[in-house]
Each structure stands twice: as C-alpha cells, then as structure tokens.
Design a protein around this ligand. Structure first.
Ligand SMILES: [Ca+2]
Ligand SMILES: [Ca+2]
Length: 268
C-alpha cells in the first residue's frame, strides 16, 4: 500500500469517527516518519508527502460530525408517523390517557374527591392481550413509558418482553384493537369507556385521539367542547418491532449502542 493510500485510509477512519483528531494526527506523523527513506535525497520525500497530504485534504473535504453519527453516541430521534405495514409486527400501548372530571354516569370518580386511579387493558378482537403495567393514582390523567424503568432487567430478563411494556401485535385485515379504560377501585371498578381502531389503520409513532360523543377524532377539535364525562383523550404509541432498540434508547435516554449491546444478550 502506498503512503498516499495509507493516508487516505487514515483520513476515512478519521471521517467515520473511528480515529479522534489526536489519534489521526499521531498516526499521520508516524506514517510520514516511516515513509522517510534513508537516502541522500531523503529530504525531498517529506516535502513531497506534505504536498500529497495537502492534496488529500483538498480532494476529500471532511464531513461535518452530524453527517456521520456512530451507534455509540447518537441520540435516537422519534420516527415520522406512517401507516403500519400489513403482516408486520408492532408494539402498541396508550402512553397517555385523560379522563373528564366526572365518570360516565356524571358522578365523581372516587369518594372524598380523590380522583380516579386510571388503568387499562388492550384487546385484540375481544381477546385480552395486555394489561397496564401500572395504575394512575388520584388523577384524571396518567402516563406510561412503554418500557420498564428497572435497568437491572437487562441483566435478568430472558426476553425483550420483560423490558417493553406494550401489547405485541401483527397487522392483519379485519382485526380490531380495543383499549378498555377504568378507574381502579377497591370494590367495583368504575368503567371509563373504550377506544377502538382497526389495526391496519394504525399509525406508527404517537397519535392523539379525542372523544366527542360516541366517536373518536385524531387531534383536538377546538370548535367542539371536550368530553365532560368518562374518557376524554388517549394518546396511542405504536412502535415498529424492528425499531425496538431505538425505542428503548429513546424512552430510557440511553445511547443506542449500549441498548443494542444489552439486547444481544437477550433472546429475541
Ligand atoms: Ca372510583
Ligand atoms: Ca382515587
């Protein structure tokens, strides 16, 4: 390999982030030293090489750092919303549910004005497939992250399902997904209502649904009053199963490279 080739290789490693500025400068100096032939005209070579280095730099402009993200330090950004693909698999869960001040019968949710304790279950064609991993407490709004906050799970979990807290579904025509919501009570629970959607109509990412009477609308309608009884708002979060590492990294604010490393230790 010629000195020029070696220099270009070093330059490529530097551009891809595999060599730091310092390592690159050091390797370059080393290469120039080794390239010096011990002849009487040896002094000419360093000059030539300096000229060649200059040419390499002119010919291959350095990429800006953001153009070459590496797995280890990139922050996963939320994917754009798009329609789900048939027969593909997805994780799905409500990441936010909001109830109106009153239950569907028009009464307070709980005695002593403590507010509802929101929980939910997900059904696929009337078959229950997932239950909320935690319940809200005395509040008309509750949130879920879709992942376990217990990082030690990465060491003890046998599967990804231990880490992702969402229903796992395949997209098939005619399937309906329903999310039943209620206020968890010691005695009889207070039903809040339900949200349903045909699974091929699901969108990836987050989509916020608002209830107006018996129908749900994507996005809030400023011209209509918000629901005053029962379910008011539900934000659906749909994750392509092929992007589970990116999802976990985003939700737990971990570097993607670290999550991939952890997932490799688990069975699929
Ligand atoms: Ca109640
Ligand atoms: Ca309560």
């Amino acid at each position: 390999m010629s000195t020029l080739d070696q220099l270009q290789e070093l330059k490529a490693l530097h551009n891809s982030g595999d060599l730091s500025d310092e390592e690159f400068e050091q390797a370059k100096r080393q290469l120039l030293l080794e390239a010096q032939p011990a002849t009487t005209v040896g002094w000419l070579y360093p000059l030539l090489i300096v000229a060649v280095v200059g040419l390499v730099f002119l010919a291959t402009p350095r990429n800006p750092p953001e153009a070459t993200p590496s797995d280890d330090d990139s922050t996963a950004t939320a994917p754009r919303e798009q329609r789900v693909k048939p027969r593909h698999t997805y994780y799905i869960f409500p990441d936010l549910i909001e109830l109106a001040e009153k239950n569907p019968a028009g009464n307070d949710w709980d005695i002593r004005d403590t507010g509802p304790d929101i929980t939910y279950a997900i059904y696929l064609n009337n078959r229950e497939i997932f239950q909320a991993p935690s319940k809200g407490k005395d509040n008309t709004v509750a949130e879920w992250s879709g992942v376990s906050q217990d990082l030690s799970l990465f060491n003890t979990s046998l599967s990804v399902e231990g880490i992702i807290k969402a229903a796992f579904i395949s997209i098939n025509p005619g399937d309906t997904l329903r999310i039943k919501v209620w206020d968890n009570d010691l005695a009889a629970n207070d039903e809040a209502g339900e949200f349903s959607i045909s699974t091929p109509a699901l969108l990836t990412g987050q989509s916020e649904w608002w209830r107006y009477g018996n129908s749900w609308q994507k996005g809030r309608d400023a011209n209509r009053p918000d629901a005053t009884h029962g379910l008011k708002r539900l934000r659906l979060h749909v994750v392509d199963s092929a992007s589970k590492a990116e999802f976990i990294a985003r939700q737990l604010d971990l570097p993607l490279g670290k999550v991939n490393e952890m997932l490799k230790k688990l069975s699929p």
